[in-house]
Design a binder for this molecule. Sequence first.
Ligand code: CP
Length: 383
Amino acid sequence: MNKVEKMNNLENLKNLKKLAQKLSHGLITLSGLDKNDILQILSYSQQFKDGYNPKSLENRIVASLFFEASTRTRLSFETAIQRLGGQVIGFSESSNTSLAAKNESLSDTLEMIAGYADAIVMRHPNDGSAQLAQDLLPVPILNGGDGGHLHPTQTLLDLFSIFETQGGLEGIHLGLMGDLRYSRTIQSLLEMAVMFNMRLSFIADDNFQPSQQQLDWLVANHVDFSMYDNIHTAIAELDVLYITRLQKERFADDNTDVQNLIITKDDLQHAKTNLKILHPLPRNEEIPTYVDDTPFAYYFQQATNGLFVRMALLDLIFSNDSESRASSPNAPIKLANAKQWTCCNARCISHQHQPAFKSITIQGQENVVCYYCEHNATAQHID
Ligand code: CP
């Protein structure tokens, strides 16, 4: 190794150490990470894809707590832990836990498990549950999906797959199709798409286009976006088409007509040659199986990439010593008069635990939003 290579290597190690410190409490949201952090995680994940394995989880135990169904997130996390030399504890059926069968609270359950494990990977149906876990516990928490809110590790593997197939992230034309309102993968990906100056096309039935709150946020961030009600007119200009299924478990109406949101063979004739179709999976009818055999399909490779991204994250998190983890996380300041407010999101964890709110400014206007899920808060009438 020559002198320049040695210096680059040293710089790289220093940056990785800084990144590891930022992740010392785990990963709940990507909001606290900047562009360099994200690119560094992707580049570090590539090393794991190329075969790097420092076995950094030897003698470590990670609890895998999936209170909601999962195939990919759970199994790729559990594979990553074991490949890194760690051990996994958990339950096969969340219905067999005391939380489900004996009405134990989530906070009591987590408190106990933090005494058994060195870190927790959690998926839970309530928005904000991962933030609650991080605030309560001294061990790192990895958010495997909190209700319809966020799915940060999914977004990292999505970005990894976009980078891998397009050679970068800046300025990509990204089409988002399907359920853009209730899908947690979309919430997390949108934020990153804005960070990397992507051009956005939303392709969805009116009921599933981004919410007004999301649209206001995009406008405030000067994002270039278009809205379509069908894929047939949108496909020709896209570099990446990211599709999600309708999250029928999170809303009542399942009579939505999805015909305009199903890719036809004719649509693919009009696609750019570099187009890649991504999907967090599981898929339903939105990607017919004939797409699988075309060069556009990338969703299975995308799911495999989840293993390398999760290995990289676990390795970074566990590279911190316990002292750097002991300091409190950089959580947003909670509003003092929380009792006067209520979160308008019925799925939010704040309805089961002490609510908390924070104040944010959008387009110069001060808004009170829920600390856990960022939905708008409404003032309660106090007699
Ligand atoms: N993409 C994803 O979260 O898949 P699972 O629900 O199977 O974990």
